[in-house]
Design a protein around this ligand. Structure first.
Ligand SMILES: [Zn+2]
Length: 449
């Protein structure tokens, strides 16, 4: 079985919107209370106790009007937030450090809740999805919600859960989580291999010299976003000035309270926040759309996709490229390709990060130690080849894969008898992929073989 999620736009009526608002609020309320109670109990008794939704229902009977599964999911989310935090503390978790779970605010946090499918004895379900008529029925709501099914649900899928989300610009979406049978996996054709290198300006460049159809969405909308953010921030400083005593730089305690209250209640400020948020939302949708399409295009064309093991977070921090790296969204792109590979049986291959993919000439393997980041093109001092920085790196990545996966010196074009050895080693590679681990091949020995 495989888990997938499809997201559809929904158009709730006023009543349904009110119900969603209420549920978002209740989930947030519960999260904040559970978090603070857990912390209080720990401080007082030194005991780790995770409160349950039922602990609150007697004193707060209004919680009974809320979908109980949505509240259960809040409890589960809080527990996993803690477990991730502890794992991160101990170093058992890869990637970015996870901070202690935080309180949720209405304005800063995602408006979202998740509920699960429960089937009754007679086979009826608490959630009904009607693709033909374009409606969805959810627990605690009497009416059907209009839904645009821009794509059908996959064949033989079993719906497991749904999440409702409201964006900053007041659009509503339903994300339907499903289980589907494993797809038939292909046996990858190793000759259809491609090295894919990160590129600052084009998202990626392949060993065949292909680049992304990159529109620089962020740069284009950046001006507008900047303007709207500036207006929002200016409004905040104006409100702050109003509460400032003459000849003082800091707000007094009393005035801070008043200032915060006005921030919370100002309708104009809220309008400005939504206007800025709408632009960010649009940029991020455009970005995601292009990245996913590019990933899909490459996966259709190739069977082996080879990447370098780079950490984009450290990279953007070290090199001060924050905006460009974020703009390019290489991470989203790579993750999507990995996902598609796991589903289809194609090979997602990661080359060790110490492999000198950019600095090595792909013709004679000379290592150019003096290569700077700004050098987009260079001439190999050993053999005189003119090299495009990114394409060269892509070719090196591809070669690294081919060398590590060919038997002896048989080479890729002289498969002949080795084919069987080949496919078994490939199957091994795809099995590793299935487990969700990245296939790592160490770059052993000196680079200039
Ligand atoms: Zn060379």
């Amino acid at each position: 079985m495989q888990n997938i999620v499809h997201k559809y736009r929904i158009y709730p009526n006023i009543e349904q919107q009110q119900y969603f608002e209420q549920t978002f609020g209740a989930c947030r309320w519960l999260w904040n209370h559970m978090l603070s109670d857990r912390n209080d109990i720990y401080k007082r008794d030194g005991e780790t106790y995770y409160p349950k939704p039922s602990d609150y229902k007697i004193e707060n009977p209004w919680l009974k009007d809320i979908d109980s599964l949505a509240l259960c999911n809040v409890q589960l989310n809080l527990q996993s937030a803690y477990s991730n935090f502890f794992k991160s503390l101990k170093g058992d978790r890869k990637g970015k450090k996870i901070s202690h779970p935080k309180f949720k605010s209405k304005k800063r946090c995602k408006q979202r809740y998740k509920t699960n499918v429960v089937c009754g004895k007679n086979g009826s379900s608490n959630i009904k999805i009607d693709v033909d008529n374009g409606t969805v029925r959810l627990p605690k709501i009497d009416s059907k919600i209009k839904t645009i099914f821009h794509r059908p649900l996959p064949k033989n899928s079993i719906v497991k859960n749904v999440s409702i989300e409201k964006t900053v610009s007041s659009k509503y979406y339903i994300a339907i989580g499903m289980e589907i049978p494993e797809r038939d996996k292909i046996i990858p054709d190793i000759t259809k291999a491609v090295g894919i290198d990160f590129s600052m300006n084009n998202i990626y460049v392949t060993s065949d010299g292909e680049k992304a159809n990159h529109q620089h969405w962020f740069r284009r909308s950046e001006k507008l976003l900047k303007l709207r953010k500036r207006r929002y921030n200016r409004r905040i400083s104006k409100i702050r000035e109003k509460h400032l005593l003459p000849n003082q730089k800091k707000l007094t305690k009393d005035n801070t309270k008043k200032f915060r209250e006005e921030l919370r209640n100002s309708k104009n400020l809220e309008k400005l926040r939504i206007r800025a948020g709408t632009i960010s939302e649009r940029v991020s949708n455009q970005r995601k759309d292009t990245l996913l399409k590019e990933a899909f295009r490459l996966i259709n064309k190739y069977d082996v996709l080879i990447f370098e093991d780079i950490n984009l977070q450290t990279m953007s921090r070290c090199l001060n490229f924050g905006k460009s790296v974020a703009d390019a969204g290489f991470g989203i792109f790579r993750n999507r390709i990995e996902q598609l590979c796991n589903q289809s049986g194609k090979i997602f291959f990661v080359v060790d990060k110490w492999f000198p993919s950019s600095k090595m000439c792909n013709k004679c393997r000379h290592i150019n130690k003096d290569l700077k980041l700004s050098d987009r093109e260079w001439i190999c001092p050993e053999c005189g080849t003119i090299l495009d920085r990114d394409v060269n790196a892509g070719i090196n990545l591809k070669n690294n894969f081919l060398e590590n996966n060919t038997v002896g010196t048989a080479g890729i074009n002289a498969l002949g008898d080795v084919t069987s050895t080949f496919s078994s080693s490939l199957l091994l590679a795809s099995n590793v992929n299935e487990l969700g681990k990245m296939t790592l091949i160490n770059y052993n020995g000196s680079p200039s073989l």
